[in-house]
Design a protein around this ligand. Structure first.
Ligand SMILES: Cc1ncc(COP(=O)(O)O)c(C=O)c1O
Length: 329
């Protein structure tokens, strides 16, 4: 018996789309005493996961790892930047499921956080390939696949951030969970759900899940990565591909009708680029610390800065949920 809300909604997909629960649900929601005009709740994913590392990546792996196993893969290959949270989660949880994990690492600005992360990656048991640039990663892909093939079985390849249509189902599931918390009276129906956007799967999954749950909440994505196309059109395109996967695997599902107008992607908090600290992110990280949230400046503090800045400008009306996607242990 599965405890996936998506499986409960579409029992017909359970055999074709297996699910592996890796954390305790529901993740908590609480109102943040920020003293700003917008009432803000936090849905806190930081403690989600069992394998020594949490945050939003675990939700994607709950669908990706069983899909890899269903296809008979014995190894997975994926890529990320030097401080990749995604790569670390894939390494730890993948190996726990008996899969070999290989990571291609692209350079990013080095700071203490990234150096510490690299040390964790080195200790994770994954094979690391420092490919340095996106171009060299793409060029070395055929070699990586052969190098990590197991007998005649090629590795299961995962895109950056785990944001494939199947990985995206993780945040469809989380949106259904949030909807149940709203129904139970833990928080009002939010006008906005704010998340950092690095590879897009989180925002895309939320958009589809909120629509499936019949909520009017809008996803407001704060883009923190300038190396991938992450417009509203791209995010909704990914959400629609996740919807197609559900349908292809048997879900009786009316078209969601999602269009790019249904999500908002904001780039004003990116600063000079992916991984670059901004003064507003540093200030937001410190402000979040005062209400008991541990954020970092690559993703979550940029999203948090957007909430306080938009609220101060009177551009964020109605209850707002901040999704804390960062899960250090
Ligand atoms: C802490 C954190 N928050 C947010 C994100 C963004 O999520 P996504 O890649 O699904 O856009 C990531 C990864 O990219 C992350 O590591």
């Amino acid at each position: 018996m599965t405890d996936s809300l998506l499986h409960q909604r579409f029992p017909e997909v359970a055999a074709e789309l297996p699910f592996l629960r890796l954390g305790d649900t529901p993740t908590p929601v609480r109102e943040l005493p920020l003293g700003i005009r917008t009432p803000v709740w936090c849905k806190d994913e930081s403690g989600y996961g069992s394998g020594g590392w949490g945050g939003n990546k675990v939700r994607k792996l709950e669908w990706l790892l069983p899909d890899a196993q269903r296809r008979g893969a014995r190894s997975i290959v994926t890529a990320g930047a030097t401080g990749t949270n995604w790569g670390l989660a894939a390494a730890l949880y993948g190996r726990e499921q008996g899969l070999e994990v290989a990571l291609a690492l692209v350079d990013q600005p080095l700071d203490d956080h990234v150096r510490a992360q690299l040390a964790r990656l080195e200790a994770s048991g994954a094979t690391l390939h420092r490919t340095h640039s996106k171009l060299r990663t793409t060029l070395s892909a055929p070699w990586l696949l052969l190098r990590h093939a197991n007998g005649r079985k090629l590795p299961y390849v995962l895109p950056v951030g785990g944001s494939s249509p199947i990985g995206t189902l993780g945040y469809v599931e989380a949106a259904l969970e949030l909807a149940a918390q709203i129904r139970a009276g833990e928080l009002p129906e939010p006008a906005h759900l704010v998340t950092a956007v690095g590879s897009g799967g989180t925002a895309a999954g939320l958009a589809l899940g909120l629509r499936l749950a019949g909520l009017r909440t809008r996803v407001l994505g704060v883009v923190v990565n300038d190396t991938l196309p992450l417009s509203a059109k791209h995010i909704v395109g990914l959400a629609l591909r996740a919807e197609d996967v559900l349908r292809e695997r048997g879900a009786q599902l009316e078209p969601s009708g999602l269009t790019p107008a249904d999500v908002t992607m904001l780039r004003d908090w990116l600063g000079p680029g992916y991984g670059h600290e901004t003064l507003s992110a540093i200030a937001a990280r410190d402000r979040a610390g005062m209400v008991g949230l541990h954020l970092e400046t690559v993703y979550t503090a940029k999203a948090f800065a957007a909430i306080t800045d938009l609220s101060a400008r009177g551009e964020l009306d109605g209850p707002t949920v901040f999704l804390n996607t960062y899960g250090p242990r």
